[in-house]
Design a protein around this ligand. Sequence first.
Ligand code: 5GP
Ligand code: MN
Length: 337
Amino acid sequence: MKPIEHIYPQLENCAGIVIVPHQKPDADAMGASLALFHMLKKQGHSPTVVSPTNWASWLNWMPGIKEVLDYEKEKDKVKADNQIADASLIFCLDYNVLHRTKKMEQALSMAKGLKVLIDHHEYNESSDFAFGISDPERSSTCELVYEFFCGWKKEQDVDADIAQCIYAGLVGDTGSFRFPSTSARVHEIVAALKKKGLNHSYVHEQLYDNFLENRLRFIGHVLLNRMEVFYEYNTVLIAIPKSDLYKYEIKTGDTEGLVNYPLSIQGIKLAALVIDREEERKWSFRSKGDFDCNRFARKYFEGGGHFNAAGGRSSDTLSQTVQQFKKAMAENKDLLQ
Ligand code: 5GP
Ligand code: MN
């Protein structure tokens, strides 16, 4: 993978650009995609953003979101497949392995266009990307997209719309500027975005004060009835059966952030959340301090991510995967002390 700077000359005259975030894009993946979308348009390109799946409704305020194609919708898929086949550049944002695009993986692997990676997950060497930046030290893909604009000498073209998109990713992936990844540079970028017209309280409200009553009742139910605390391992586990998702009419995005609640308990080092989804059991892990969630997710649950935040999956039943988690927790007792 060549350094991302090598792509700037190609951006002067290239035909067909597609931007692809990871499946179930969060504020960082969608914010980064739309920020890049707006910037490329300003430079005379006609890019297309293709999301591998649907996304949470609390992202629908983002400027440009109405133009994003949803690969799970048959009509959008046909359009997207044509665009991907014809694209000379495909930007892959906020993931570093193509299987995180689920059903798009095949179309992306076969595409003849050059793939450009912008990502901040722990990197596992992949030959899929011709150019890119992969920096796990950075808070978010939005931070890297902003740096990409600076390197391209397009800072002056960052407007209020782009600023809102970038800020959404920064605020989302830093847990509102509290995770260790929140560097001085992150705050400098926020200051620069403010000068471009960013309305930060508007973005915050859209992301965090934009749910329906059922979601809050669901959280109450889960914390009361589905949370197990293992003080000898400084670990909390939340396991959510399908019946809860149906009963509370839980939609994409409603469970985001839930895994962070247990970390507010004094002394807890690891919070684990597993949700019984249709196709798989989906794990989320969050840690405080020196427990490596990325390693844990990779080793036990076919996953990955960052040091303090990672995800994984299992094809087993909910109770089987919960048993596996308990075994893994016991194996990691020394690291959890
Ligand atoms: P979340 O728990 O919010 O779904 O994910 C936490 C972090 O881990 C995110 O940065 C996400 O991109 C990453 N992640 C989540 N699930 C997986 C997975 O199955 N595989 C890999 N490699 N990363 C994941
Ligand atoms: Mn991210």
